[in-house]
Design a protein around this ligand. Sequence first.
Ligand code: 6PG
Length: 471
Amino acid sequence: GTYDFGLVGLGVMGRNFILNVADNGFTAFGNDLDPEKVSALIKEGGDINRVDATVDVSAFAKALSSPRKIMLLVPAGKIVDAVIEGLLPHLDKGDIIIDGGNSFFTDTDRRASYLEEKGIHFFGAGVSGGAKGARKGPSIMPGGSKEGYKAVQPIFEAVSAKYKGEPCVAYLGPKSAGNYVKMVHNGIEYGLMQLTSEIYDVLKKAGNLSNDELHNTYKMWNEGRLQSFLVEITSEIFAQKDDLKDGSLVDAILDKAKQKGTGKWTSQNAMDLGIPVPSIDIAVSMREISALKEERIKADALYDRPTVETIDKDKLVKLSEEALYFSFIITYAQGLHQLADASKEYGYDLDLAVIAKVWRAGCIIRAGLLADIAETFDADATLPNLLLSPRFVQQVQSTVASARELVAFGAKNGIPLPGLSNSLTYFDAYTSSRLPLNLIQAQRDYFGSHTYERLDRDGVFHTEWEKESRN
Ligand code: 6PG
């Protein structure tokens, strides 16, 4: 065959990605079981003239030039395995399969070793940026077979988002590094989304900001240091009117957040690694609490809530901007800390500066802050946590007081600000040279002879703790 690139899975993401490939001058062939999706692509891509598609896997494989470069954009899980099995009889040694979905990283490792035995290069590449990103320039996070990546590098660099001309794609590391980094990207995404939503809550309840004012506030923030895709779309959301009745669409939307698992995986894996990411954990928990709508309604009727005091709008907007900036930094710090540790644990050999650079454009967590983060890790690749960087001390120091004030206000007035308070607590604990966990060690030794270490001498100690030992 002659086609440069193959893509299986012509849903919105797949269709947009393949059209993006064609826009950049490559020929691309699509494949999907669903004939409607195939004809939709041909209809939309026909005028580009570099795109074709079929439902027939064999014809699809025949259309591709050698070595075949086939990207899968299908839902994570068993479907990926099924698509691979369907392709295998039509492939040759040296062909390349790229999983562009949100696959769990251990699945990617399993598939890579399975396909390596068959001479197929397989690698996972996280793709972020939603439907629009896929069409106009996503952030791409590939890892795994370096040889495989080299073959598609020109295509990926052409289709990816650009940050000041630099492509937002880079080889991130061996094995499932690409999927792992995309998973943590999504964990951070959950954290930032939770934070923007709770700040909305406090602005509305304590400041009585209208949707127009919320629109303007987030818009203004997006022009400053909070500049980010999520703050930008938040401002646009407040401006969207409802088609069905008067008012803003946002007020008509049911307050139950769905999830497909990547945030939860980030939290679960952070627990496995022993790396604290409480701003991400609570974002997952909040989606779970949100899902309990019926119970929440019953509970709301059972308990009194404090009447919310009002805060002067200008003052509240300033506090909120500072608190949001503070907690954004803390959330990135946690996610990057997890990546630093996973890199050692799984041998990914990650370069956090490169990752931050790939995130500067195209992806959902893109933000002005990432340029600072990239420079920080460029200067010190072994930095374990952003909070230890002199560059961030000042930014955190100058905003933490507002986070404290807002968390205290939320607690007193019954407004849940769990992302913000977890970020603050994480900060206070991480920056405490002495924590009360000496007591936990004493308790463990008391009831279970689990031993403890001492501040004043080396060794491992156990005490026969006595009841009322002072008497
Ligand atoms: C992206 C997004 C994308 C998807 C999320 C949504 O980077 O483009 O993260 O992958 O929109 O998976 O996740 P939830 O459905 O779990 O919110």
